[in-house]
Design a protein around this ligand. Structure first.
Ligand SMILES: [Zn+2]
Length: 269
């Protein structure tokens, strides 16, 4: 069933999403451990920006993000956002008897060539500090491990700030537990609308989007989607686009104050 909807982006490739991967199960937990304690002494920066981060000239990720500078080394993010957590999204699916099995971290596609079928694995990694910063990255390779590493690196390079606040008219508490305004993100046929929710409502969203909100530090949210939401990739991208739109939204200052909009991390009070 699924195969009919997905091949849009890779016409020549057939989605088989079948192979069992023993790595899949321990994926998430393993990721959390191996990035603890980043050692800057062994890092040799390759870019000017990396150099500045290593020698302490730049100490805040906001200095980079507000100038719109391109981050080309994942280590920059490792240093500046030390409490970063990572997770992989379930974009693949195991073969099931009745048209769909368990969701998996790796999506497997294969190209038919003269030599035979060449499989490739792709995955989406997310990074976030549960406090206003989040990044999403796609990775694809012939094997699962390099695919995961690529995804993770891309997620770090694509880190951005989100806005939080309380835009819920039912709540109006002014604390940054939800999003300040309603936004929409579109990708392919999927249109996702995110809305402010009152305190304690929780994350009313599709499971992979929920992971994203959790790592971003959003506690309450409403969401509504249209289109082929089974196409996980488009669903996730729509969610990311919505969050990006949110952070780029310009609103009069007095209005921002009223809703209690905070961009990025929350200042300790
Ligand atoms: Zn509130």
């Amino acid at each position: 069933m699924e195969a009919k909807e997905e091949p849009k982006e890779e016409l020549k490739e057939e989605i088989i999403e079948s192979v069992e991967h023993p790595e899949d199960a321990k994926e998430s937990s393993a990721l959390k451990e191996d990035r603890k304690g980043f050692d800057t002494s062994s890092w040799k920066p390759k870019t000017e920006l990396g150099e500045k981060v290593k020698n302490g000239e730049i100490r805040d990720i906001d200095e980079i993000l507000s100038k719109g500078l391109n981050i080309r080394e994942a280590e920059i993010v490792d240093v500046l956002v030390p409490d970063l957590e990572t997770d992989l999204l379930l974009i693949g699916q195991a073969k099931g008897k009745f048209g769909g099995g368990q969701r998996r971290v790796f999506r497997q596609t294969q190209k038919k060539t003269r030599e035979g079928n060449k499989p490739k694995f792709s995955t989406i990694a997310i990074v976030g500090n549960r406090n206003g910063y989040i990044g999403v990255g796609f990775g694809k390779a012939k094997e699962t491990v390099p695919a995961r590493e690529k995804a993770l690196r891309n997620a770090k390079l694509n880190i951005f700030k989100i806005k939080r606040g309380c835009g819920s008219w039912e709540c109006g508490c002014g604390s940054p537990h939800t999003i300040p305004f309603n936004v929409t993100g579109k990708c392919g046929s999927v249109e996702l609308t995110l809305k402010s929710a009152p305190l304690g409502k929780g994350l009313i969203a599709e499971s992979e989007c929920r992971k994203l909100f959790r790592l971003a530090g959003i506690k309450d949210i409403w969401s509504k989607s249209k289109g082929q939401t089974k196409t996980k990739l488009n669903m996730i991208y729509a969610c990311v686009i919505a969050l990006k739109n949110l952070s780029e939204m310009k609103v009069p200052l007095d209005k921002e104050k009223e809703i209690g909009v905070r961009s990025g991390k929350l200042q300790a009070r």
